[in-house]
Design a binder for this molecule. Structure first.
Ligand code: CP
Length: 297
């Protein structure tokens, strides 16, 4: 049998997504460590900064009774000039049971998975995808809305957001109505229509109160260095969420980290009663336990 992998939402059927989410929610309800698993070595290679994803993968492995081996750019020989391919050959020679990778280059998890027998999980590749974030977002939505097919808005820097791309693929696959809210400089409309031609597009925040859930995105300033300052200024003026935009209607999500007062104002971030942002972080651990279980079973 071919190795299981989660390098993209494309690797998963609707049935896989449903099973992974059910298992994550079960892990969350039981709040238990899973004892008695045969020891496995999970390598976490993070070549871009991360707080939530890296810690949740480490906790997830430990909760399952596995060893978690963490490597980042500064601590690796990549920082001494070793090539990416040589580093990968080196890591694979140590025979990990699974590799979790975050990289600034689009498609590098897919390329590794093609060349190796080791199961690979994509923890974020450039502007392409962040499938485990989309899976955990789906779990949080499913916990509240069960099977109801609600209206979900995704707002902000869609073009540079791997979270948005994975969420659009996942929510389309699971039959949700998707509303994209973004200025033209943050939109890759043609690419999105190829994924789902029923997506509705909005150029301002007027539609928010008709949504059940609003996912705000981080402006990816490190991926748009030349124009980032102007874009952030312009985005802040037109799209920074204030209480009067939400009127306590939609649940609010954000993958984190938030650019305070660019995407979301302090008043909303600190006080909005329907914010799910920290629930997303909590679910991250259980979802990543379910993902490790899925690729290693
Ligand atoms: N959402 C997310 O990927 O956060 P980190 O960059 O902190 O892992």
């Amino acid at each position: 049998m071919k190795n299981r992998k989660i390098t993209s939402i494309d690797d998963l059927s609707a049935k896989d997504i449903h099973s992974i989410a059910e298992l994550a929610i079960k892990f969350k309800k039981s709040k238990k460590r899973i004892a008695g698993n045969k020891t496995k070595n999970i390598f976490n290679l993070f070549l871009e900064p991360s707080t939530r994803t890296t810690i949740s993968f480490e906790l997830a492995a430990k909760n399952l009774g596995y060893n978690s081996v963490n490597i980042n750019f500064e601590k690796s020989s990549l920082s001494k000039g070793e090539t990416f391919n040589d580093t990968m050959d080196t890591l694979m020679s140590m025979k990990p049971d699974a590799l979790v990778i975050r990289d600034k280059n689009n498609f590098s998890p897919m390329n590794i998975a093609k060349k190796s027998n080791v199961p690979v999980i994509n923890a974020g590749d450039g502007t392409n995808e962040h499938p485990t974030q989309a899976l955990l977002d789906y779990c949080v939505i499913k916990e509240i809305f069960k099977k109801k097919k609600i209206k979900i808005g995704i707002c902000g820097d869609i073009k540079h957001s791997r979270v948005a791309h994975s969420n659009i693929k996942l929510l389309s696959k699971m039959g949700y109505q998707i509303h994209i809210i973004a200025p033209t400089y943050f939109l890759n409309r043609n690419e999105l229509i190829k994924i789902n031609d029923k997506i509705k597009f909005h150029k301002n925040l007027n539609y928010l109160e008709k949504l059940d859930v609003l996912m705000m995105l981080r402006v990816q300033k490190e991926r748009i260095p030349k124009d980032a300052k102007n874009m952030m200024k312009s985005f802040k003026k037109e799209f920074c969420l204030q209480n009067n935009h939400l009127l306590n209607k939609p649940y609010l999500m954000h993958p984190g980290p938030v650019n305070r007062n660019i995407e979301i104002s302090d008043e909303v971030l600190d006080n909005y009663p329907k914010s799910l942002i920290l629930k997303q972080v909590e679910m991250g651990v259980y979802l990543r336990m379910a993902c490790l279980h899925y690729i290693l079973k």
